[in-house]
Design a protein around this ligand. Sequence first.
Ligand code: NAD
Ligand code: MG
Length: 398
Amino acid sequence: MSRRSVAVLGATGSVGEATLAVARNHRDRLRISVLAAQGTRPARLAELAREFRPDLVVVASGDGAAALRSELPDTTSLTCGGQALLDAVGTGGLDLVVTAIVGAAGLQPAAAALAAGADLALANKEAMVAAGPVLHRLAAASGASILPVDSEHAAIHQALRAGRPQEVCRLLLTASGGPFLDRDPATLDAVTPAEATAHPTWNMGAKISVDSATLMNKGLELIEASYLFDVAGSRIDIAIHPQSLVHSIVEFCCGNGIAQISANDMQYPIQYALSYPERWPRAAGSASTGLTELLQTTSNLEFRQVDPVLFPAPSLARAALAGGGGAPAALNAANEIAVDAFLSRRVPFTAIVPVVARVLERHDQQAVGGEPESIEEALAWDSWGRRHAREVLAQFGG
Ligand code: NAD
Ligand code: MG
């Protein structure tokens, strides 16, 4: 069996590490050729390089590079900077690029990989939100596939195999509800970054953890699902499901719904994307229990409505998707800026979603231009959103 040549972007992060855990269990099928990361954890990156012996390690920022060089295997090259990352994934030779970079910083590498014909296992939802239709066009032109890694989207991808596209009626995205689901809203002003990043069911990077606490994550996922599966936002529902076991549901026109269930461990959707269209055996020890045992020890599976007053972020994202133009990219960019301001303690948790809402108001009133037709246009909308978010943040004292 020939092994697939894989690049892992964001290798030292939560999804990156889970991807490498899958690769560790399937060494006969996957060869890790490129490892890339920001460079803030050089010791861990070097450790991974010594284990997987890739041809190339790329760090986005120069700071991490100096410490790394002497720690890599002799057969591993090291390059540094944004262009080096684009070269690494854009020059061909890779079968699959797993993108687990956080934020719109992942957009250009995703586009470069697709343009070069590599399949893209996409965890980096912000890239899809900022430029979904453009990424699809790049994939269609090169013959590459985009495979969702986000658990809800991997669930939908699996459920869609039960019917034909024209038979799909609605998608139901499930949401854990995050750490503040049942918290008194009056206390949210005072929550700390540590509280906001302590997710009840998933162990994730800081930015997506905050997004889960505001439910902006589900808003981004609604846009991601609409672009990935070509289903209008008006046909996508969201339900709170605190157990995070049913990862999403596709309802077909006949009224039958197909739900996907697995333990809340990212290795399941990651392995699905890496093995598609095959299914590989679950590695021994990748989850402590089998599915039957898991369900037998779960006393109930709950589904509730999202309270739109308590959690306005999904509605904002729905409006941005319906409004079109640069709104999805601007929403994503404004959210990145606002989350960063919260994590660095410049604004309270309760400022995040209002900042995004103000930027979207400005988009609707002032912005000119249509749907991004290219990665450059999407990046221009991203910059627009960041600039306006910084202005709005100043009004919030951030
Ligand atoms: P994380 O913060 O744990 O890791 C991010 C990784 O990206 C790190 O390795 C970092 O070094 C790297 N990185 C950041 N900027 C970079 C740049 N400019 N160039 C190269 N590398 C860069 O984040 P995470 O939780 O693993 O999330 C990654 C992405 O996956 C996000 O888009 C998130 O929304 C999505 N996602 C995460 C989960 C999860 O369970 N963590 C689930 C679904 C989707
Ligand atoms: Mg998700």
